[in-house]
Design a protein around this ligand. Structure first.
Ligand SMILES: Nc1nc2c(ncn2[C@@H]2O[C@H](COP(=O)(O)OP(=O)(O)OP(=O)(O)O)[C@@H](O)[C@H]2O)c(=O)[nH]1
Ligand SMILES: [Mg+2]
Length: 453
């Protein structure tokens, strides 16, 4: 993406009452003044003040009322000169204003291009830029808070401090290579080795947050499965808090898989209701059941609903074990305990088994407790301060691998080889925050943003 052009886009989502059109680039001010007019022109004196006026229409029709603000670079979001026009929402009105800005000399901004400029202009490092995108796509409070902390630099600060420590060691290795013969005040290699071990420990801790990062950024696929009539759709509706799926007393009500996003205990979840598994009675049901099986395979967690009022409880369990290959991801749930056929209900070894009643809303909290434990693998009482993404993880792994050989070389006073390994670790850490990063990787990161961000 070039950084010299003047770019413009509608920054607000469709359907809102107000639309914001942003113009960024060296000529943003003159383009803004050709697109909007008020009592006075936008200028340096009235910078950062919201001015009342109208958009300029080129068809001799009166423009629409609009507010405008000029934010001179470098103190703007992108670091360029920026003008923002706040005009009436609605696809047509905002489109017309954007088109006026394009006619006045801007080109349409690519996805993420405003944030890309902010990165290139040194307004934010790459972890902060990535977090801007995370904020927009966050599906739970916890994911949002995490992204907000990353925008504030929680991860960048940690990486920068590791980076600086390794650079200090590298600097000494390089001096030893150049002036090794001279009797200077060298630091003992043992001190450096201890520093490297500490840095390795800190990187390891960051790597361990990768799982939290994946859960919060990508969410968890939870599949509701079981025999027809077990209460899968009823549980889906209860968890969502509204009637999404049709529920009837007829077995085979749900014919196709149905997906809905939800937020369970702060965890973003894709809940998937499935057709009850049995011998299909017709071709459509058969296809639905095949989809249920596929969904079970792809699920990260399966809520397997068992009907406690069924004639044969053992059969219910047998069905479950037949259709689920990976037992680690299953929570067995006896539903309809309010009308259970017999007690106690059989439990399963190596699989959490719960007893609930969707109709009477009993033990749903216990189900959520079990779910939460399964997701995090360990008690997770506090929100994660930092959680790295997969790109960070790959680079952190590269960095951590270079540390033991560097420490070994230092212990052998082999400054040259130690420097090689240290440089590899430093380069990998630098790329986390965006230093010397491959332009293709940058394109890939920013292309996932939405237009206007
Ligand atoms: N007594 C009782 N009835 C329940 C309970 N949960 C669901 N039901 C009833 O069981 C019947 C089937 O519920 P659904 O939620 O449609 O079951 P399903 O598993 O989605 O069924 P299919 O879509 O056919 O696979 C409905 O009449 C529900 O009202 C419960 O906890 N207790
Ligand atoms: Mg159903």
């Amino acid at each position: 993406m070039n950084t010299e052009d003047n770019i413009s886009a509608i920054c607000t989502g469709a359907g809102g009452a107000i639309s914001i059109i942003r113009i960024s680039g060296p000529d943003a001010l003159s383009i803004g003044n050709k697109t909007w007019s008020g009592k006075e022109l936008l200028n340096r004196k009235n910078a950062r003040r919201m001015l009342f006026g109208k958009t300029v229409s080129d068809q001799n029709t009166p423009g629409d009322t609009a507010l405008a603000v000029y934010m001179p670079g470098p103190n703007s979001y992108t670091g360029d000169d920026v003008v923002e026009l706040h005009c009436h929402g609605g696809a047509l009105a905002s489109r017309q204003t954007l088109e006026a800005a394009l006619k006045a000399g801007a080109r349409p901004a690519e996805p993420g291009e405003f944030t890309f400029r902010a990165f290139v202009n040194g307004k934010m490092d790459l972890t902060r830029a990535e977090a801007v995108s995370d904020i927009i796509s966050a599906h739970s409070d916890m994911a949002l808070h995490l992204a907000e902390r990353q925008v504030q630099g929680s991860l960048a600060r940690g990486i920068d401090s590791l980076h600086e420590r390794l650079i200090a060691i590298l600097a000494e290795c390089e001096s030893r290579m150049d002036f090794g013969e001279e009797d200077l005040d060298w630091t003992e290699p043992d001190q450096f080795i201890a520093d490297i071990e500490e840095a390795g420990g800190a990187i390891q801790k960051l790597l361990q947050t990768g799982r939290d990062g994946a859960v919060l950024r990508e969410g968890i696929r939870v599949v509701l499965a079981g025999r027809p009539n077990a209460g899968k759709s009823s549980l889906l509706n209860l968890l969502l808090g509204f009637d999404r799926a049709i529920v009837t007393q007829l077995p085979g009500t749900t014919r196709d898989t149905l997906e809905e996003t939800a937020n369970l205990r702060g965890i973003p979840v894709k809940l998937i209701d499935t057709a009850g598994i049995r011998e299909a009675t017709d071709i459509i049901e058969g296809i639905g059941i095949d989809r249920s099986r596929q969904s079970i395979e792809q699920a990260q967690i399966v809520f397997w609903l068992l009907d406690a009022s069924a004639e044969s409880l053992e059969e219910e369990l047998l069905e479950m074990t037949e259709h689920t290959s990976n037992k680690d991801k299953i929570i067995a749930i006896w539903n309809k305990t309010d009308i259970a056929a017999a007690y106690p209900l059989p439990a399963l070894e190596n699989c959490p088994t719960l007893e609930i009643s969707v109709s009477e809303n009993t033990n749903i909290n216990q189900l959520l407790d079990t779910f939460e434990k399964m997701v995090w693998d360990y008690p997770h009482t506090e929100e994660p301060e930092i959680a790295v993404n997969t790109r960070h993880m790959a680079l952190l792994e590269e960095a951590i691998e270079a540390l033991p050989p560097a420490a070994l070389n230092l212990s052998e006073n082999d400054w040259e080889l130690a420097a090689v390994h240290l440089r590899a670790a430093i380069a990998a850490l630098g790329q986390v925050t965006g230093e010397n990063i491959d332009p293709d990787i940058l394109d890939n990161i920013f292309s996932k943003f939405c237009i206007g961000k």
